[in-house]
Structure formats: structure tokens, C-alpha cells
Design a protein around this ligand. Structure first.
Ligand SMILES: Nc1ncnc2c1ncn2[C@@H]1O[C@H](COP(=O)(O)OP(=O)(O)O)[C@@H](O)[C@H]1O
Ligand SMILES: [Mg+2]
Length: 293
């Protein structure tokens, strides 16, 4: 593992990662079990000569599983440039990877989203928030696992959070806010593979935590895939041309189902554990079918 073979045969299946989580391990094991030749690439070892396809990536199918946002986006770009079919594509990665951009795209395509606002300095953010109202949720445009997402209860809270961010990497100077959605203490994570919602879970927030991310101690229960969930998730995946995505939804008291995020490198450990749906097998089959096209 971790080495890149110079491929004699074109059109191979690859999994590209920078960390082996439960998801990557289960995909690699499942491929073995299915006698499918899934080649592994550790992105930390990857060198791409962008003007020549020396590794024969053209027409290969590459499942992008890097945890690092920047590594993921840029390795997707490099490999897609060499002719690999990426799951997910650069378009999907770019659009989904940024919460402000994906919000705009969902909104344009009539998917219900939380009301949102953006601003580009602390001062204009504070001015905007006077009109937008509190409580407001501040989110980094790029991020995951609920990190740096804060609930701003009033102007004083907003001031200090915004001041902190002035000392951070410039991407955190882009302020993106959402209205706080009144909902049960849970959200929904639905996994879409191709044109199908294959499984969904409710994610309940952990003790004294309002965010429902599993990484923050949330727990999961199966969620029935209603026609409404199915329709909104398939439509959301299509907007971003996603092959395999995890759609995050909330059950708003005011709006009904709202989509707050579409994950282009989705985790699915808890979804498999709770629903029993063999997502690794579905993904490997999806890759094999893509190769045939
Ligand atoms: N506008 C909102 N109102 C209420 N809760 C929210 C809102 N946005 C996010 N959350 C909660 O915070 C969690 C993390 O938000 P999300 O946008 O999915 O970011 P991440 O990429 O870090 O998972 C969600 O799963 C949900 O529980
Ligand atoms: Mg999320």
C-alpha cells in the first residue's frame, strides 16, 4: 500500500486517500472480497507530471477519499486533467467543498436552504448581522466535522468570533452566516450513489452540543427514505453532478426539509453500522459499471 504502480493496463480502478479511515479500509477489503482489482494510491506519495500521462491514468476511475480539502481538490484537478474519471469530479468537489458556493447553487435550483448572508470584513459582518438577526450560525466556507461552526447569540458573541478570525488564514475572513434553523435535535445524512438514495440516518447531537456531527459525539439511528427525502437528495446530487455524495438535511419547523450541505467525500461508517446497507459494495459496483461505459 502507498505505492503507485506504473500501470500496464489502462482503465484501472483506484482509491486515492491520505488517511485510512473505516471507510477506506472497508472499501479496500470489499474490493478484495469481490475479487475486484482496486489499486491504492496514497496521495502523500503521489507525483503528477501534468503534461504527460506517464502513469496511464487516462480513462481510469479514481475514487477520491482524501480527508484534506486542499489535497483532495488539487489531486482531483491533476488527475482529471490527465484524463481520469474522478468520483467525484472537479466540478462537484469545487462546488460542494465551499458552503457559500454550494448554498448559492442549491438556492438557484429551488432547493430549500437556510437563509444565509455573507460579508467580507468584520465590520460589514456586524452591520449585516443587525439586519440578518440573531441567533446566527457562522460557518467557515470550507470545513467539516462541525469545526469552527459557531452559534452567535448576540452582537458581543459575534464581535469576538469575528475578531478571532481576523488572525486566521484568509479563507476565514470570508464570513458566511446562516439563520439558526429550529428543528428537532437531529439532522439527516442521506447517501446517494448514482441516481439512488441508498441509505439515510438521523444524527442526534451529543450532550450539551447543538451540532449533530458524529465527530462531535452525535449518535445515529436509521431514517426511512421517504419520497420527499429521495426527491430532494437526488435533485441536490444532480445540481452538483455528483456521483457519490452525502446530503445533509434538517427538518425545519418553518420550511420542512432544508439542505445545508452536500458532501463530496462523504463518510458512511455510521450509516453502514445503523442501516446495515453495504455501501462499500454499492460503491465498488458503481465504479465497475463506470469502467464499462
Ligand atoms: N443553519 C443551521 N441551523 C441549525 N443547525 C445547523 C445549521 N447549520 C448546521 N447546523 C448543525 O451543524 C452541523 C454541521 O453543519 P454543516 O453545515 O453540515 O458543516 P460540516 O461540514 O462541518 O458538517 C449540522 O450537521 C447541523 O447539526
Ligand atoms: Mg455536515
Amino acid at each position: 500500500m502507498g505505492t503507485i504502480n506504473i500501470e500496464e493496463d489502462k482503465s484501472s480502478l483506484y482509491i486515492l486517500f491520505d488517511n485510512i479511515r473505516w471507510e477506506e479500509k472497508s472499501l479496500i477489503e470489499k474490493a478484495k472480497e469481490m475479487e475486484c482489482d482496486l489499486k491504492t494510491i496514497d496521495c502523500k506519495d503521489l507525483v503528477l507530471f501534468l503534461n504527460e500521462d506517464s502513469n496511464g491514468f487516462k480513462d481510469s476511475i479514481v475514487l477520491q477519499r482524501c480527508v484534506s480539502y486542499f489535497r483532495s481538490l488539487h489531486s482531483t484537478a491533476g488527475l482529471e486533467g490527465l484524463g481520469a474519471k474522478m468520483i467525484n469530479s472537479l466540478y462537484t468537489a469545487f462546488m460542494c467543498g465551499n458552503k457559500l458556493i454550494s448554498h448559492i447553487e442549491l438556492q438557484k435550483n429551488d432547493i430549500q436552504t437556510p437563509n444565509a448572508m455573507c460579508a467580507f470584513t468584520s465590520e460589514s459582518s456586524l452591520n449585516g448581522l443587525e439586519k440578518f438577526g440573531y441567533p446566527a450560525v457562522i460557518k467557515p466556507t470550507v470545513g467539516s466535522w462541525g469545526r469552527l461552526i459557531g452559534l452567535l447569540t448576540d452582537k458581543e458573541a459575534a464581535k469576538i468570533v469575528l475578531e478571532d478570525r481576523e488572525h486566521m488564514f484568509p479563507i476565514y475572513h470570508i464570513s458566511y452566516f446562516e439563520e439558526f434553523i429550529k428543528r428537532p435535535p437531529r439532522d439527516i445524512r442521506a447517501i446517494v450513489v448514482g441516481e439512488e438514495v441508498v441509505a439515510a440516518i438521523y444524527r442526534y447531537s451529543g450532550d450539551s452540543e447543538w451540532k449533530t456531527n458524529m465527530a462531535l459525539g452525535g449518535h445515529a439511528l436509521p431514517c426511512p427514505i421517504t419520497k420527499e427525502i429521495e426527491d430532494i437528495c437526488i435533485k441536490s446530487a444532480k445540481i452538483f453532478k455528483g456521483d457519490i455524495v452525502g446530503v445533509d438535511l434538517m427538518e425545519s419547523e418553518k420550511y420542512g426539509l432544508v439542505v445545508h450541505e452536500v458532501n463530496n467525500t462523504t463518510e458512511f461508517k455510521n450509516t453502514v453500522k445503523v442501516t446495515g446497507v453495504d455501501i462499500p459494495e454499492l460503491i465498488i459496483n458503481y465504479m465497475k459499471n463506470m469502467l464499462k461505459k
